[in-house]
Write a protein of this length. Structure first.
Length: 84
């Protein structure tokens, strides 16, 4: 029972930290904000760059899973490879 409470507390803390950091729990918002900060572009241009990269991959309406994968690539490889 103690472990369950601890796990739920950790999940709650991670959710709160995510909302505080990004203002959203949607991975596409994280991707847009982190691309802007790593490339130095204004957020609107970074968002356009991300959407263009998705379009080049044939993804017209990116899902949360698509954005999460691209966000992890951004974090792992840097802005140049994830946002192309």
């Amino acid at each position: 029972m103690k472990i369950l409470v601890l796990v739920l507390a950790l999940i709650g803390a991670a959710g709160i930290a995510t909302v505080v950091r990004y203002g959203s729990v949607h991975p596409c918002e994280w991707l847009d904000q982190d691309t802007a900060s790593e490339t130095g572009l204004p957020e609107l241009l970074a968002q356009a760059r991300v959407r263009a990269a998705f379009l080049l991959d044939g993804i017209t309406d990116p899902s949360a899973a698509n954005c999460l994968t691209a966000w992890w690539e951004l974090k792992a490889n840097g802005a140049e490879t994830a946002a192309k």
